[in-house]
Every structure is written in C-alpha cells, then in structure tokens.
Design a binder for this molecule. Structure first.
Ligand SMILES: Cc1ncc(COP(=O)(O)OP(=O)(O)O)c(N)n1
Ligand SMILES: Cc1ncsc1CCOP(=O)(O)O
Ligand SMILES: [Mg+2]
Length: 372
C-alpha cells in the first residue's frame, strides 16, 4: 500500500500503518458489524412499540417491559461493536421495500416492528454465539419475551377497543356484504361480527378472510359468530357464542387469553353465568322481537335495565333496535347496542352508523372491569 494511501487526516497526517487484517480478523469485524446493526434494530423497534404502549394504550406495564428489554439490549452494545460500524460502507442502506414506505394502521405498524425486532433477535442469538458465551441464550430468551409481549399487546389492544366500542354490527347474508360493512366502518363502526347460518364453510372462510382484512384496515374488531374453528382459521379477534354453542371454557382453551369471547344472554342467570365463565362481553336481548331471530321471545327493556344495574363487563343490547327506538334502549340503560337489519338493510349504512353513534356517544360510559 503506497505512503499516500495510508495518509489519515484523523491523525493530523501522522501515518498510522494498519496491518492488513488476517482472514479471522476480517470475519470478526463482519460479525461485529452484524451485531452492532441488529442491536440497534432491536432497540429502535422496541422504542417504537414502547411509545404506543405508553401513549396509545396508557399501559405502564407494557411500556415498562419494552423499556427493560431496551436497557438489557444496551448492556450488550460494547464499544468494540460500535467501533466496527461502517454506515458509509453499508450496502444495505439503500435497500427498501414498498411495504416499508407506508403503514396502513397502528396494527400494521406494530406488527411490522415486532417482526423487525424478532428477526434481529434471531440474528443476535446466532451471531452472538461467536461473540460471547451466553449471548445466544440471552437473546433466545429475549425473543420469547417479545413474542409474549406481542400477544399481550394485541390482546390488550382488542380489549381496549372493545371497551371503546359503542356500536356492534352483526352481519346478515347479502350480495354487497363487503360494501355495506365498509360503508359502516367509514361511519365510525369499530366492532363487526360475521354471521351466516346457511353458507358452506368454504364460502364462510373466504368471506371471513376478506372481512377481517377490511375491519383491521379500519382498526376495527372482527368477530366470528358461533364457530371457534373458523375464528382460528381466519385469525379473527374472537368469537360470539350463543347459549347452545360451545362452552366458554372450551372456547378459551382453544382461543387463548388474548382473543375475545362473547356470549348471548336473555336473563340474569345467563348473564351471571357468562361473567363467571370469563366472557369478555355479552349480548343482552332480544330487546324486541325480531325477524332476524325468529321465534326468540323478547327479553324487553326490563332486562336492559337489569343489565345496566348489574353487568360488570361490556354488554350490547340487541334485537329489533333501529333509529326510532335506539333512544328508548339508551334510556333503559344501554350504553352499547348491536344491530343487524338497521345497517345491513340501510340505503345509506354510513349515515345510519353515524346516527347511532351520535346518540350513543351522548352518554358517558360507566367504568367496567379493565383488562390487565
Ligand atoms: C352481540 C350478539 N348478541 C347475541 C347474538 C346471538 O347469538 P346466538 O344466541 O348464538 O344466536 P345466533 O347469532 O347464533 O343466531 C349475537 N350473534 N351477537
Ligand atoms: C342475532 C340476534 N340475537 C339476538 S337478536 C338478534 C338479531 C338482531 O337482529 P336485528 O338487529 O335485525 O333485529
Ligand atoms: Mg349462535
């Protein structure tokens, strides 16, 4: 290497001859650069997730877990790893993908950063074995902590959104199902249940997939009626079970703690049993007799009033509710309602949704059990 090639401004012209690296040292420097880059990725991704936990969910528990992991990651970030950084020489700085250029929702932002953190932790687990004896094991354990954090966060998100939901659309079969649901979502709907008693499972799965994607693009909850297997198949946010459907305990075993389970109730015994069995919410009705559920006698406004006084979990009055009687149902104590025909058969589902929400948002929701 010529004299001039060795001139180094950082040493004020004093030529520092650098011995050419051996193969081992070269590999070592590459490993250091990989570890340095991925330690940064983990900390940056955790910080992005932590901000939502702190400011979006107001969860000191979830934010605290992110902070603790960030600090643990920082303890591995040694000076020699940082010294190996060569950003100008990094061939990856120009690499990008259209999906990285935008985020459709908070949910997709969080999922993208969880994936980034989990991939980086996998890299640190493998290459860390070349750097420190217990580094691989430490980052394997942290990766599982991040998986748990992701489940808890997504579950927490669902419960927070459930608590904020005032209007629940239960769908009925129609040619323009997706258009109708999207119109209601545009009107501010945040909770949708796919219900179709007659379609075959292939049709149900195909439609449920599309509805889930549509709901999540509007940051709304998507629930499947009756069928836990279908809910799992399409990664729905939960299931709604009637009194004749699967026991809540079995559904909980299959769905886990982070998906929502609703239960229909028509009287106080069914309500108390649903709460005791761990339902996340209940349906209260039918308030009025309805052609959507033929043969089911009305539970009446009396049961709505009972629920208002005794129900400790979120509940939705359902059955025959429309713009003409919504305020009677609210006056009886309902803070949340579920509807089928009023929106599914509306000329303008967006306007009907907005009207329902305008009436429901007039009332301050009473505190219920918070999801911890
Ligand atoms: C929110 C809500 N409440 C009640 C029902 C009725 O469920 P179920 O008793 O299972 O009757 P079907 O819907 O299966 O006919 C519901 N679906 N959603
Ligand atoms: C599924 C269900 N469960 C109790 S009433 C009902 C149907 C309500 O439909 P609509 O809102 O059209 O009266
Ligand atoms: Mg049912």
């Amino acid at each position: 290497m010529k004299q001039a090639d060795c001139y180094d401004e950082s040493t004020n012209g004093v030529v520092v001859m650098v011995e050419p690296y051996s193969q081992r040292e070269q590999i070592q420097q590459v490993v250091y650069r990989i570890l340095d880059a991925n330690l940064d990725r983990v900390r940056e991704g955790l910080r992005i997730i932590e901000e939502w936990c702190r400011f979006g969910l107001n969860s000191s528990q979830l934010a605290g877990e992110c902070k603790r992991m960030r600090q643990e990651v920082a303890s591995w970030h040694t000076a020699e790893l940082r010294a190996a950084r060569d950003t100008p020489g990094d061939a990856g700085t120009e690499l990008t993908h259209p999906q990285e250029e935008q985020r459709a929702s908070i949910k997709s932002l969080l999922q993208a950063n969880f994936c980034r953190v989990e991939e980086a932790l996998r890299v640190l687990e493998e290459y860390g074995k070349l750097y420190r004896p217990n580094m691989g094991k430490a980052f394997k354990q942290m990766r599982y902590r991040v998986y748990t954090l992701e489940s808890n966060l997504m579950g927490y998100q669902r419960h927070q959104l459930l608590l904020r939901s005032r209007l629940y659309l239960v769908t009925s079969p129609t040619e323009n199902l997706l258009e109708t649901v999207e119109a209601a979502l545009k009107g501010g709907l945040t909770l949708v249940q796919y219900r179709d008693k007659n379609a075959d499972d292939a049709t149900r799965i195909a439609l449920a997939e599309k509805l889930r994607q549509l709901c999540h693009s509007y940051n709304a909850i998507f629930i499947i009626n009756d069928r836990v297997d279908l809910a799992l198949a399409v990664d729905a946010d939960g299931v709604h079970l009637g009194q004749q459907d699967m026991p809540i305990a079995i559904a909980r075993q299959l769905l886990g703690p982070h998906r929502l389970i609703g239960r229909s109730t028509t009287n106080s015994d069914e309500m108390q049993r649903a709460i005791a069995e761990g339902a996340d919410y209940i349906g209260v009705g039918p308030v009025y007799e309805t052609p959507t559920k033929i043969g089911k006698p009305a539970a009446g406004l009396e049961y709505v009033n009972y629920a208002a006084k005794h129900c400790s979990i979120p509940w939705f009055a359902i059955g025959g509710i429309d713009p003409n009687n919504i305020n009677d149902v609210i006056d009886a104590g309902a803070q949340r309602v579920a509807v089928v025909r009023s929106i599914m058969q509306a000329e303008q589902p967006t306007l009907v949704t907005q009207y329902f929400l305008s009436q429901l948002n007039r009332i301050q929701p009473s505190p219920e059990k918070s999801y911890v």
